[in-house]
Design a protein around this ligand. Structure first.
Ligand code: ZN
Length: 135
């Protein structure tokens, strides 16, 4: 990325076609590094077949249930038109969304006790980017 762009960036390596990787610690590291104590942390991913979700990180069964349910709602094969053959991943990306915002108070992400930030891979395995803008 152009060094004049004031955005933090880190990479996520996904290992399966559908993969949910918790990135809460990496996002918090970007917040800490920015030295901004009070503001808003925007998390954005520049991808069309992945998403960002915020949900429970205490019980991994919750993420597994979300993953399995998305799979049922949006099956991989469904007579889609898109030639590349990964329309299901594009649709899941649209459902999950490609950005989230979290408040920062006293230098900390204001997440609920049970909340974590997850990179949601829908067409892996791949190397992916996460962009963070703190204002
Ligand atoms: Zn495609």
């Amino acid at each position: 990325m152009d060094k004049s762009v004031n955005i933090a960036e880190f990479f996520v390596r996904t290992t399966k076609r559908t993969d949910f990787i918790e990135i809460t610690r990496k996002v918090q590291e970007a917040v800490t590094k920015s030295k901004i104590k009070n503001g808003i942390c925007h998390i954005f991913i520049p991808h069309t077949t992945a998403g960002i979700i915020i949900n429970e990180h205490a019980d991994p069964d919750v993420i597994a249930d979300i993953s399995e349910t998305l799979e049922k709602i949006v099956p991989w094969k469904n007579n889609y038109s898109h030639m590349e053959g990964n329309s299901a991943a594009h649709i899941k990306s649209s459902i999950a969304g490609t950005s989230k915002s979290v408040f920062i108070e006293n230098g900390n992400l204001m997440l609920g006790t049970w909340q974590g930030i997850f990179f949601a891979e829908f067409d892996g395995p791949r190397s992916r980017k996460v962009w963070i803008k703190i204002v």
